[in-house]
Design a protein. Structure first.
Length: 502
């Protein structure tokens, strides 16, 4: 009964948030769901033989009402003073709330605006995305005065008839306005979270050390696989990784965090269990902060922490329950994440595929040798690619034909590339360019991964573009996928379990 109640809460809450994300459900609808829940619960006393079913229905309806209410409360309405200033040149004061996103042609900066400067200072409260010139020197936590044309974000066409809901994507980050053609002046620093500022500063120092010993694009890839930095990855390399379906390598994913946690576990194996647990928590939290709180990193990190906790307390770790619990917690914190954050959606779907399908693929690939983790990589790649495929085709229409061989060949050396990249960056931080010889193993492994990406991406059949289609086809594809899983479960049993902490 406890497990059924858990899934009723999860399903009801997520359903409520998802429905309110697209439908203007008012408070009256919440009350109606609560009345239905009470009615369902009352039937427990009418027919006790079906008490469990009625209780589950009531719980799901209450949870659905809670999901609708949470999304309703989170809806951004903007600041009325700033809304009246849309289309005008304005001057704002505020604090840089996230690590600046440095790109080739511009720098994107999230500002938590606190004042509109006219003849006087008018208090406002809103998230603003400022588009600044490239190479603008600005840091997280800086208090700034920024000037530009205030705009409301607009959806745009991504090609082949696909629309990207940019306003809701920015709403995930608490941003309601854009400031185009902006100029910035720093007033003071260190106004943000000091722990986050320290983590971001540490990452920048680490990346500078890596750039001192590795050339581009190897240093960019090294930063991506070790600390999730993808700002310096050029458009050509990023396109190659997308065509090969290797883009998960240059974000801080569950795979990267698992490799790091396994290394920490080996280093601390001789210490007391409390120190092992504390060290793992510190590493995961620090990595999440270094990523700027990216949803994919937060999801992976929180699941890894649950796995570490289960190991430390000798409890059973169930991947699907951990994923559900972490997802609900993240969506409760920021309900826009569920429907409008592609990073979270891809991360959650990939993890779900890893949990549900990897054991079956591993059984089917039983003749593949386990040496160097080849069977696990092949099985997990098939599982994750199968699970994310309908969503990817709906989002961007890119079908990677070479995903399996590219992933199998590129992922094999990743743990060693991470280790030697870390050693090289550490040497660069201490000795500068004199540590170049120390980074040669990292260079060789990173060069190999990039070469594999270039090789497969250059094939004329590497990726196929699929025309835009309705979201109902995507939901239908997932219905077929889960139906096939239920059929397979009845016909066979997996011979091994999915990786626990990914």
């Amino acid at each position: 009964m406890g497990s059924s109640i858990f899934w009723a809460v999860v399903g009801g809450f997520l359903g409520g948030v998802f429905a309110r994300s697209f439908l203007p459900l008012a408070i009256g609808v919440i009350g109606f769901f609560c009345l239905l829940a009470c009615a369902a619960f009352s039937f427990v006393f009418v027919d006790r033989s079906k008490a469990k079913s009625f209780i589950l229905i009531a719980v799901a309806l209450f949870a659905c009402a809670g999901g609708i209410l949470r999304m309703h409360a989170a809806t951004l309405s903007g600041d009325p003073i700033l809304t009246r200033a849309i289309g005008k040149n304005v001057v704002l004061e505020g604090i840089v709330s996230k690590e600046p996103d440095a790109r080739e042609t511009s720098t994107l900066v999230s500002i938590q605006a606190s004042a509109l400067i006219t003849g006087s200072s008018i208090p406002v409260r809103a998230g603003v995305l400022a588009i600044l010139p490239a190479h603008t020197e600005i840091l997280y936590g800086d208090k700034v005065r920024i000037a530009g044309v205030l705009q409301a974000p607009q959806a745009f066409d991504t090609g082949a008839g696909r629309q990207f809901d940019y306003p809701q994507y920015l709403a995930v980050q608490g941003i309601a306005y854009q400031l185009g053609f902006a100029q910035v002046k720093s007033i003071s620093g260190n106004a943000g979270n000091p722990i986050a500022a320290f983590a971001i500063g540490t990452k920048e120092t680490y990346l500078q050390g890596m750039r001192a010993v590795l050339p581009e694009p190897e240093s960019a890839l090294g930063g991506g696989i070790t600390v999730g930095d993808k700002r310096s990855v050029g458009p050509e390399l990023a396109n190659d990784f997308q065509r090969d379906s290797l883009v998960h390598m240059i974000v801080l994913s569950g795979y990267n965090i698992t490799v790091v946690l396994n290394s920490i576990a080996r280093l601390l194996a001789w210490t007391p269990r409390t120190m092992q647990f504390g060290g793992s928590i510190f590493v995961v939290v620090f990595f999440i902060l270094m990523s700027g709180g990216a949803s994919s990193a937060a999801r992976a990190g929180l699941m890894a922490l649950l796995a570490v906790f289960a190991r430390a307390t000798h409890r059973t770790y169930l991947g699907e329950r951990a994923l559900a619990a972490v997802s609900v917690a993240m969506i409760m914190w920021n309900p826009f994440t569920l429907a409008f954050d592609p990073s979270f959606q891809l991360s959650a779907l990939a993890t779900l595929g890893l949990i549900l399908f990897t054991p079956y693929f591993a059984a089917w690939f039983s003749k593949i040798p386990e040496k160097f983790g080849a069977r696990e990589i092949l099985a997990s790649t098939c599982a994750t690619q199968l699970m994310v495929l309908p969503f990817l085709l709906y989002q961007n229409g890119t079908l990677s034909i070479v995903a399996l061989p590219a992933n199998l060949l590129a992922l094999l050396p990743v743990p060693f590339a991470m280790l030697f990249s870390f050693i090289g960056a550490l040497g660069g931080m201490i000795f500068g360019s004199y540590a170049v010889p120390l980074a040669f193993p990292a260079y060789a492994l990173l060069w190999y991964i990039i070469t594999i990406a270039h090789l497969f991406a250059s094939l004329p059949f590497a990726a196929v573009s699929i025309p835009a289609f309705s979201a109902w086809w995507m939901f239908g594809a997932y219905a077929v996928l889960f139906g096939a899983l239920l059929f397979i479960k009845k016909k066979s049993r997996p011979t091994c379990r999915a990786p626990a902490a990914k």
